[in-house]
Design a protein around this ligand. Sequence first.
Ligand code: SF4
Ligand code: MG
Length: 336
Amino acid sequence: MENLLEVKNLQFSFRTYGGVVKAVRDVSFEVRPGEILGIVGESGCGKSVTSQCLMRLNPEPPGFFEGGEILYKGKDVLKMNKKELRQFRGKEISYIFQDPMTSLNPTMRIGKQIEEVFVGRKGMSAAEKKAKALEILKMVGISDGERRYKQYPHELSGGMKQRVMIAIALVGSPSIVIADEPTTSLDVTIEAQILDVLKNLQKTLGTSIILITHDLGVIAKLCDRVLVMYGGKIVERGSVDEIFYDTAHPYTKGLMHSIAKLDTAKGHKLQPIEGTPPDLFAPPKGCPFAARCEYCMEICKDMPPQTYELSKEHETCCWLQHEYAPDTDMRRKVTE
Ligand code: SF4
Ligand code: MG
């Protein structure tokens, strides 16, 4: 089936007092109908900025596109005017922000916040709007919708608020929903419930979901395919199985290590990858991960690594796949 969305060589930067921050550097990927695509990486790796580019949600200025294309069903999002963008947002793609506590309006009842999205839609009576709002609340697993409809955000638990955020994202029946760290502020039980809600939407409505997270555990539970981002770039991509069982990039290996430790030894402290992400004011000229990579070679500091195709879905951007690179546990068979 045709891709819903195609991102080609996207570059997005911010002008700041300190100079230009290159937040998204030559990123390409596609979103297919009905899939759950994970984008994983540490904070500041560019995953939120990238996904907000898809709806032009980053403020422009200070942000600006330095290059690339975003094609939604063949139409270039970067060429849309304000009116086209307004119609596009929420109806074609919608965004669930990280923190439901700050994204909901504290002075407005839940029902009204959902119905706000219908504003401007002609020919809908108040009763029809309410019926639709209740139907959507049910879809996100809120069974006592009548009661919730009249409540204010402060009367809801964190998990309940996140369900409402998902409900609001669904009002326009979008083809793609972007969920940005949707469970970060929730405890583990509630997290599992919210992930179930997302999974169900994908199954019953066929909505494609882009799930942004720093947590590979969340990826494992939900996603079909994964993009691993580092320093504003995609460093590895593949099916969930390939990323977990055939890891080909040292950064992904590091992320994996940090969850494995957590699983095997209860109470064991999360083992972060040593060092800090690169300075995006002046990105390193070679591999962005060079300063932290246990496998770093001379070439890594001087030249940006090539992308190596390991299977139809699996790609890694790392010199270790070069035919002259030393044999390491990261070596995978490169398809010719
Ligand atoms: Fe490490 Fe070099 Fe691969 Fe970068 S290109 S991840 S520095 S081995
Ligand atoms: Mg973020």
